[in-house]
Design a protein around this ligand. Structure first.
Ligand SMILES: *Cc1c(COP(=O)(O)O)cnc(C)c1O
Length: 234
């Protein structure tokens, strides 16, 4: 069952206060960090809550689930794909998402570029980097990131906004910290080498928000801290 709006409002306000406090500590402006609620495994009303609060975008990790939900939501919202995407679903994803954060191969870039071209749109993407070198995580290996970015920059129907990562699961907060610091260094290096801003650094979830903001995140993807635990359909 989804929480009521009042609870969502309180939790969202608390997360925003937390982000503001972390920004102050890191001498960053709180306007540099956007909060994106992750509505996966929650009903369409979860996205309505986000819009009602005044947030700009929501994250989903499955294409079909997002397509079904988006059809039920009338509020103006950007929908972003944060879960792994297979090339055979690129067309559907390009049609229904405003941005794809989980792009990690040339094959996928090619499929998304072709689909965006056919749809007559410029599709925003982030490159997902396995900045924590975690075999359990998707994302391109940091060593292969320069080549992937060069390829992405030559796709006419794609616009590369920046990078995304998911930190390895760990009880040690230093692991997330290192992962996020690494993503920032990779961004700085790629940005200098290829002369592109790569402004967006999508990093940080409910469990590692603090480290992410401290290390320069511009977009935190928060599910559990806002909506509570997900009821995963069995
Ligand atoms: C589910 C998910 C999130 C949100 O995780 P929480 O721990 O619930 O905040 C963020 N990013 C990705 C890629 C996810 O799959």
């Amino acid at each position: 069952m989804l929480i009521d709006y009042q609870t969502f409002h309180e939790r969202t306000a608390a997360v925003l206060r937390r982000i503001a406090g972390l920004c102050e500590k890191a001498r960053r402006s709180p306007t540099e960090v956007r909060l994106m609620p992750v509505t996966k495994n929650h009903p369409a009303a979860a996205a309505e809550y986000a819009a009602r609060f005044g947030l700009a975008s929501v994250g989903e990790n499955r294409v079909q689930e997002a397509v079904d939900k988006r059809a039920q939501v009338t509020a103006a919202l950007h929908w972003e794909l944060i879960g792994h995407l297979q090339s055979n679903k690129a067309r559907l994803a390009a049609a229904h998402f405003d941005r794809i954060q989980s792009v990690d191969s040339e094959k996928l870039l090619t499929a998304l570029d072709r689909a965006a071209g056919e749809l007559g749109k410029k599709l925003a993407v982030l490159l997902q980097i396995n900045a924590g070198h975690d075999p359990a995580k998707f994302g391109v290996d940091p060593a292969d990131a320069p080549r992937l970015l060069e390829f992405a920059l030559t796709r006419p129907h794609l616009q590369v906004d920046g990078l995304m990562t998911v930190a390895p699961l760990s009880d040690d907060p230093a692991v997330a910290q290192r992962t996020f610091a690494n993503l920032r260094l990779i961004r700085d290096d790629l940005s200098t080498r290829l002369g592109v801003p790569l402004r967006e650094l999508s990093m940080g979830m409910s469990g590692d928000l603090d480290a992410a903001v401290a290390e320069g995140s511009t977009l935190v993807r928060i599910g559990t801290a806002l909506y509570g635990p997900r009821i995963v359909p069995g």
